[in-house]
Design a protein around this ligand. Structure first.
Ligand code: GLV
Ligand code: MN
Ligand code: MN
Length: 412
């Protein structure tokens, strides 16, 4: 079977989707269930329908686009990723896996391939944690690692509950019904940009992922006492931002000193209240993201962070409360799918790097219920989650080609 990826169509679809955004180009912002996200979903669904795929949307908005196989009840061969984007992001994160997956299916259709197993493109809801504080909302519910009851307790920063938000967005149905039945998947393969510099540095056009690192995140609330920036003298202050500064630097230090290059910790949000130039801060809210390739090391950093919070709270007489949002185990990719990806790369003479995904992905959660694998393509300088994120049309098309052949092998 000779497959042709339509590189121009794929690239122009990536550009078209990038234009559905709440940020000025080249930045992309598409936060789950905003009007912009809903517009992007409708655009994507129309593309899937045009390819003759049967659509289904579950109660959290995960969208399944199915190419029915000759054995319609056989377990599904899945692919896909997400189209939501963090504030001020780029065009390629997630989108390459969704539009690349669609293009892979269209190439197989055009080549006259007829799958035995259904092949299904899945657009996951809210891979990004922007709105509800927790990433991979759709895939967690699909895998059952987040219960419907726990999901219902989630709310956005404006206090709107997930139940209200999703219903207003037209996702009716019950969250209890989102979890996939056992044995739903034969295999799941996600195409994604690397989001790091290794492929470019090693001059490899493809990365075959063997393992996905373990992410965790916390919300830390620091409460001191605010007051007048002139009237209150330094010895009398319980400044929440100064306490936060100590906590932030200690978190950085905890990640730097594990002895492993794989440990990373990030404070990405620091909300300061009341945020006035002439008032020292009463309250600070931090978001903390900690990741590692081993659970033990990741957890030891979290213990250090707990200890730091305690020490700083005593020293500065502030209260520090930390709320665990998620602490997930790493995942191993399925050796059989990894071998298929490897063989296909070798057959084409594409050199590849066996690698660990340091970013998390929906595949991390799908791995709890199905054999998964991931294929990475390079992104310039490793830039991601920023507007200058870039992958070349050639690299994207190469990834889509290997994905298409992998889907064909798995679905035959
Ligand atoms: C995914 O967006 C991640 O933060 O790894
Ligand atoms: Mn992302
Ligand atoms: Mn992503």
């Amino acid at each position: 079977m000779k497959l042709a990826i339509n590189q121009d169509r794929l690239n122009s679809e990536i550009e078209e989707l990038a234009a559905i955004s709440d940020a000025d180009p080249p930045a992309v912002t598409r936060v789950v269930f905003t009007p912009t996200d809903l517009k992007a979903r409708a655009w994507m669904q129309a593309r899937c329908e045009a390819a003759g795929l049967a659509l289904r949307q579950d109660a959290i908005g995960n969208t399944f686009a199915r190419w029915i196989g000759s054995e319609s009840a056989a377990p599904v061969v899945g692919t896909g990723s997400h189209i939501d984007a963090i504030p001020n992001a780029g065009k390629y994160d997630g989108v390459v896996g969704v539009l690349g997956g669609l293009e892979a299916i269209r190439a197989l259709q055009k080549a006259g391939f007829r799958p035995r197993h259904p092949i299904e493109l899945l657009v996951f809801t809210s891979e990004e944690p922007t709105r509800f504080g927790i990433g991979c909302l759709g895939s967690r519910l699909l895998a059952g690692t987040l219960s419907a009851d726990a999901a219902k307790k989630l709310a956005d920063n404006d206090g709107a509950s997930i139940e209200d938000v999703r219903r207003k967005a037209g996702m009716t149905g019950h969250l209890e019904e989102v979890k996939l039945p056992n044995g739903y998947y034969k295999a799941f393969v996600e195409l994604h940009i690397e989001q790091g510099p290794l492929l470019e540095r090693e001059q490899k056009p493809l990365g075959v992922v063997e393992r996905i690192a373990a992410p965790a995140s916390l919300r830390v609330l620091i409460e001191g006492a605010g007051g007048h920036a002139g009237g209150v003298l330094m010895p009398d202050r319980r400044d929440a931002l100064c306490a936060a500064a100590e906590v932030i630097l200690a978190i950085e230090q905890a990640a730097r000193t594990t002895g492993a290059i794989d440990t990373v910790a990030t404070v990405g949000i620091c909300d300061v209240f009341p945020g006035a130039v002439n008032s020292f801060p009463a309250t600070v809210r931090l978001s903390v993201d900690i990741r590692d390739t081993t659970l033990e090391r990741r957890d030891s950093v979290m213990k250090t962070i707990d200890a730091v919070c305690h020490t700083v709270s005593v020293k500065r007489q502030v209260s520090i409360h930390s709320e665990l949002l998620n602490a997930d185990a790493p995942a191993d990719c399925a050796p059989a799918i990894v071998a298929t990806l490897t063989q296909i790369c070798a057959r084409h003479g594409f050199s590849f790097l066996p690698m660990t995904s340091r970013a998390y992905h929906d595949s991390l959660f799908i791995s709890r219920i199905a054999p998964v694998a991931m294929l990475f393509i390079p992104c310039r300088k490793g830039y991601s989650h920023r507007p200058d994120e870039y992958s070349s049309p050639e690299d994207i098309a190469r990834g889509a080609l290997v994905l298409a052949e992998t889907l064909a092998t798995l679905a035959a």
